[in-house]
Design a protein around this ligand. Structure first.
Ligand SMILES: [Zn+2]
Ligand SMILES: [Zn+2]
Ligand SMILES: [Zn+2]
Length: 345
């Protein structure tokens, strides 16, 4: 092919240059990485619970299963499996006065950052990242995502809940203990709003969910990575990150609040298998993932939740920062073909 390709995202008005000419092989990105300094005491490890604010939710193992509780005052539960705490330096904070949640935006371009910012400690074991954790532990994690989403999405001032994970120092994880975060915002942030808008337009035109269509299309194409009864993993057509992939549930749903037990177990397995495949392929790269979903009842027909995984293998520089257009040196087709070799789902 004489030119690099220009590709547009399935939904967003976002363009990427796929550098097929000077294309790099995914394994070119494997390198020796500095392990994170762990000399200081980890505030998320068991025994250090007093170093954090009281937990909003803990999962405690009991004979009949899991008991859910929270810390109160000076009490800090021990022997937990999952622990959710408020972020010590929150980007968004709950309203201190009921009046503050009435009108969050004071002018069209000024408002208070009212919402929630939480840290979900995924395991008592420091290094239990999804690629390594037991599926049973990841089931607890998914259930904790569900519990927090359920509680926070019900608050009248919350319009969106972003659950995400930063892995590795270069991807913004200031603590190396396995953890996810949740930020609830008073409006739907731009990228999700654009996705929702575009999928709504598609619904209005064709009475079909665009993500359900994508699953059918990508299942048999060159960007397919793996699937099972409930989930599919593929590299999106206009990936902006080298080795980017998405995990999408096959059953249509705007969010994961009504996942069944079987689906939850399947999600945990799929998450583990794909994160392990990435880790094995390029030697445990820094990455971020985010769960895109809708909490607005009106979006139930046209929006379809999914996980977007962004390995951090390239540096966005002058062009990307000044244009919002991206250059990806690994074709999604190559990425998928390499991931297919390392994944076992
Ligand atoms: Zn730790
Ligand atoms: Zn759908
Ligand atoms: Zn998305």
């Amino acid at each position: 092919m004489p030119y690099n390709e220009l590709r547009k995202d399935y939904l967003l008005n976002r363009w990427v240059v796929i550098a097929t000419e000077r294309g790099r092989r995914p394994t070119d990105f494997a390198k020796n990485r500095n392990t994170q300094a762990t000399t200081t005491t980890c505030p998320l490890c068991p025994g250090n619970e007093h170093m954090t604010p009281p937990a909003l939710l803990v999962y405690l193992p009991e004979a009949e299963g899991i008991r859910k509780d929270k810390d109160q005052g000076e009490l800090r539960h021990k022997n937990w499996l999952i622990r959710v705490i408020p972020n010590l330096y929150p980007a968004f904070s709950p309203p201190k006065d009921p009046a503050d949640q009435e009108q969050i935006m004071k002018t069209p371009n000024f408002g208070y950052a009212i919402g929630h910012h939480e840290v979900l400690v995924e395991s008592p074991n420091h290094n239990d990242h999804p690629a390594e954790a037991k599926p049973t532990q990841l089931v607890h994690l998914v259930n904790a995502y569900k519990d927090r989403l359920n509680e926070i999405a019900a608050k009248p001032y919350v319009k969106y809940v972003q659950i995400f994970r930063n892995n590795g120092l270069e991807a913004g994880a200031s603590l190396s203990h396995a953890h996810s975060q949740l930020i609830a915002t008073p409006f739907v942030p731009r990228i999700i709003a654009e996705e929702q808008e575009a999928s709504k337009n598609n619904w209005n035109q064709h009475e079909k969910c665009i993500f359900c269509d994508l699953i059918q299309k990508e299942k048999t194409g060159p960007r397919f990575i793996a699937d099972n009864e409930y989930f599919i993993v593929f590299a999106p057509y206009a990936s902006v990150h080298p080795l980017e992939f998405w995990i999408i549930p096959k059953r249509h749903a705007a969010n994961f609040l009504d996942l069944t037990q079987t689906e939850t177990e399947s999600f945990a397995k799929t998450l583990k298998a794909s994160m392990k495949a990435l880790k094995d392929l390029v030697n445990d790269p820094p990455y971020n993932y985010g769960i895109h979903l809708a909490i607005d009842k009106n979006a139930e027909d046209y929006y379809h939740w999914h996980v977007e995984v962004y390995p951090q293998l390239a540096i966005w520089a002058g062009f990307e920062k000044s244009t919002g257009m991206y250059i990806n040196t690994v074709t999604p087709e190559n990425a998928a073909s390499e991931m297919r070799k390392t994944i076992s789902l």
